[in-house]
Design a protein around this ligand. Structure first.
Ligand SMILES: NC(=O)c1ccc[n+]([C@@H]2O[C@H](COP(=O)([O-])OP(=O)(O)OC[C@H]3O[C@@H](n4cnc5c(N)ncnc54)[C@H](OP(=O)(O)O)[C@@H]3O)[C@@H](O)[C@H]2O)c1
Length: 266
């Protein structure tokens, strides 16, 4: 997909990966509608973008508020004169034993990571299908291919997002509208709390730089990629888990034990 002049709706725009994607897209000459929750964060982001306010505008919205979300998308469509590219980047996670998890947090993770991308796609697709062009990009995770202990709700939501991406990509085949699923491994952003960083140190979990991840996301869009899995050996284990999950059970057993006290906050 050609990004020069492309009209982009990006969620989670003020987050670690979202802001880096916004910067990369602004450099490529895309026109951006940036969705985030916090107006001050969006304002700060707009000030940092190449081309500044000329290439982008921000819309503060809680994506879990259905009426506000639908209105925000309509506003962005009007401002941009249409939407060529939807990037579902907003997300939430929790690192906690399932039995200890706050039910409200469980619901929020599934809503934000799975239901919201589905509903946003449903809202932007009719116009894309009518034009016979456009792309939806879903930011998944390695945890969408390998269910990790202590990340049950997050893994479940990202498995769901991968399933949605596969099904919708097949549904859109031949329509001129494409779908890209990108699965980063851990990334150094505020998404991960202190306990995750300490656990990552203890287990040797590798973490990527958000700017590098953003460059891979944008490259995937430019090449109309169907799915992209980032990081080795994570991308290999994602495939192995699909073929031989019992082998991966055994491989992760020791690591699960090391992770447990961090997840329990003890
Ligand atoms: N960081 C990682 O290790 C990692 C690894 C693999 C995949 N990913 C995926 O990459 C994506 C971006 O992650 P990130 O690292 O950039 O996380 P981040 O820095 O926490 O950014 C997430 C963004 O989502 C926004 N958001 C959360 N709840 C929202 C809501 N109800 N309405 C509107 N916006 C909301 C947040 O806004 P606020 O700032 O207001 O909270 C934040 O700007 C996520 O989908 C995540 O699952 C991340």
């Amino acid at each position: 997909m050609r990004l020069q002049g492309a009209r982009v709706l990006l969620t989670g725009a003020a987050g670690g990966i979202g802001a880096a994607v916004a910067a990369e897209l602004a450099r490529k000459g895309a026109r951006l509608a940036l969705l985030g929750r916090n107006p001050a964060d969006l304002q700060a982001l707009l000030g940092q973008l190449e081309g500044g306010a000329g290439t982008a505008h921000g819309v503060a919205v809680d994506l879990l508020d259905r009426a506000a979300r639908e209105r925000a998308v309509d506003d962005c469509r009007e401002q941009l004169g249409g939407i060529d590219l939807l990037i579902n980047c907003a997300g939430a996670m929790s690192f906690c034993p399932l039995v200890d998890e706050d039910p409200a947090i469980l619901e929020r993770i599934v809503q934000l990571n799975l239901a919201v991308p589905m509903l946003l796609a449903r809202q932007v697709l009719p116009a894309m299908l009518e034009r016979g062009s456009g792309r939806i990009v879903n930011i998944g995770s390695t945890f969408g291919s390998i269910g990790f202990a202590w990340f049950a709700a997050y893994s479940a939501s990202k498995f769901g997002l991968r399933g949605l991406s596969e099904a919708l990509r097949r549904e859109l085949d031949g329509s001129g509208v494409g779908l890209t699923y990108v699965a980063p491994r851990a990334v150094r952003t505020g998404f991960n709390n202190d306990a995750v960083y300490r656990m990552a140190d203890a287990t040797g979990m590798k973490m990527d730089d958000p700017a590098w991840v953003a460059s891979r996301i944008v490259n995937a869009i430019e090449h109309d990629a169907k799915d992209v899995y980032l990081g080795f050996p994570e991308k290999f284990f994602a495939r192995l888990n699909g073929l031989l999950p019992r082998l991966v059970d055994g491989g992760l057993r020791r690591q699960n034990q090391v992770m447990a006290p961090f997840a329990r906050g003890s």
